[in-house]
Design a protein around this ligand. Structure first.
Ligand code: SF4
Length: 476
């Protein structure tokens, strides 16, 4: 029920409907915006837009996409409404909020047998131990979610908003999924995945493969059922990646894993022959999806090719979309392609075959070092560019990706070596604090400056990008 407009607040409305709902704090109102003209102020609490209660950014974006907006807000003990007009874009209303999730990030309710966080050493920063499983972060930041903590409202909202979601699936066998996720509701996520896919929601799926647990026959079943799903009209599945499990040496040291399910003890890393078999199975279904639907869809990660000691596939295998690049699928092929293009441009610019390389050292993990050595051979990069492959003692020697190399290992293993004046490290080795600030700190809390001081060498941090890498090692 609307009451008369008093207090100069906009129209005062009945507060009863919003009993117990405090709303979302508005932290800024852009001057001259529809919200400003409608009388909203910083410090007001947004309650609803067009009768939809606003609990987070997705509610807000969805509801505020209409051209005519009935905004209800709380100011002090009054509940007021204002009618705004915009051009159908929530960004144009002129409101800002302190926290874009607007409520707590949803913590994961699983105890996955391969969970890397449960296998971290103790004593790291608290933020590294936080396990999120939030469909909103999937849409906003690309995080992967297991679909085990969604309400019916969440599912309907994903479908009606046509959000894109990144899903951690691992298997389509419900019992096995419950087992792998350490969550008796784990199997229910498979039905939700099917519902989302058939509703046209864009889905990118990842699967962590564990030897003798969800590969072999189970992997065939997963690929078979996902292939069938691809045949559904409007199927939203874009890509499906498979990454090998990583196992740290802290498996049994950490109090947090002491009460893990018994099957956790089965988790081990891949042998070369097993990695080869995994690639062959995935490629069989990938070839068939390419024939049938025009898209390969199913991809082993780059790490599988390194484990199998096989060449990374050609650029066309992943192109044009490289959908799971961020998941380490096609990342190396893209890097090498960029490097080659930069090298060819240097030739075009008159350097002919006389590209001169600097005396620099590349610091990387053992996996990437193999790929860099092959690339240097292929493009005849001079040995003035040295490769320093750092063994991972911090997490354990079975972890060999560059992104998990810590400062303490770099110092311990390089301090007595004959080093060039300048060392290059990939940005992926440094922690992403998620605040847009340049990365400066390794996972073990050592900073780039500390490592540089201890080694007595300059360190340059490079984005993971072949063009930038070429420019960093070639004389201009
Ligand atoms: S979903 Fe599984 S792997 Fe991810 S944080 Fe939770 S327990 Fe760990």
């Amino acid at each position: 029920m609307k009451l008369k407009n008093i207090f100069g607040l906009g129209t005062v409305v009945s507060a009863k409907k919003y009993d117990g709902f405090c709303g979302i704090l508005i932290t800024d109102v852009i001057s001259g915006s529809p919200s400003d003209k409608g009388g909203l102020l910083r410090g007001d609490f947004l309650l609803s837009v067009n009768d939809t209660e606003i609990r987070d950014l997705l509610d807000y974006k969805f509801a505020a996409a209409d051209e005519s907006l009935e905004i209800v807000y709380r100011r002090g003990d009054k509940v007021c409404s204002a009618t705004l007009r915009n051009n159908g874009n929530s960004d144009d209303i002129g409101l800002s909020f302190g926290d874009y999730l607007m409520d707590k990030t949803r913590r994961c309710q699983n105890r996955c047998i391969f969970c890397f966080i449960d296998r971290l050493p103790t004593g790291l920063r608290d933020t590294l131990y936080f396990k999120d499983d939030d469909d909103r972060l999937s849409f906003l930041q690309g995080n992967y979610v297991t679909l085990t903590n969604l309400s019916r409202r969440d599912i309907d909202r994903i479908i009606s908003m046509r959000l894109s979601v990144n899903v951690s699936l691992h298997t389509v066998n419900p019992e096995l999924r419950a087992d792998m996720l350490g969550n008796k509701h784990g199997g229910e996520g498979i039905a939700i995945l099917n519902e989302l896919a058939k509703s046209g929601v864009t889905l990118n799926i990842q699967n962590v493969l564990c030897p003798e647990i969800n590969d072999g026959e189970e992997l065939e079943r997963t690929l078979r059922e996902l292939t069938a799903l691809l045949g559904e009209p409007d199927c939203g599945v874009e890509s499906v990646a498979f990454v090998p499990v990583g196992v740290t040496k802290h498996y049994n040291e950490n109090g947090k894993v002491a009460d893990m399910p018994e099957n956790c003890k089965r988790v081990r890393i891949y042998k070369q022959s097993e990695a080869t078999a995994v690639i062959d199975i995935i490629d069989k279904y990938g070839d068939s999806a390419l024939d049938k639907y025009g898209s390969r869809t199913f991809y082993p990660s780059d790490e599988f090719f390194v484990l199998a000691e096989r060449d990374i596939p050609i650029y066309e295998y992943y192109s044009p979309f490289f959908e799971q690049y961020e998941n380490g699928v096609g990342m190396w092929r893209c890097f090498e392609y960029e490097f080659q293009s930069a090298l060819l441009s240097a030739f075009d610019n008159g350097q002919n075959d006389n590209v001169k390389y600097k005396n620099v050292g590349l610091v990387t993990g053992e996996s990437a070092a193999v790929l860099f050595r092959r690339m240097f051979d292929l493009f005849v990069v001079s040995d003035s560019v040295k490769i320093f492959a750092v063994r991972n003692d911090f997490f354990g020697n079975d972890i060999n990706v560059a992104g998990l190399i810590c400062g303490s290992d770099i110092v311990a293993q390089l301090v007595n070596q004959d080093l060039p004046d300048m060392l290059l490290i990939p940005e992926s080795m440094l922690r992403n604090e998620g605040n847009g600030i340049t990365r400066t700190t390794f996972l073990d809390d050592m900073t780039v400056d500390e490592v540089s001081t201890k080694l007595g060498r300059l360190i340059s941090v490079l984005p993971v990008d072949g063009t930038g890498f070429f420019r960093a090692i070639a004389e201009s």
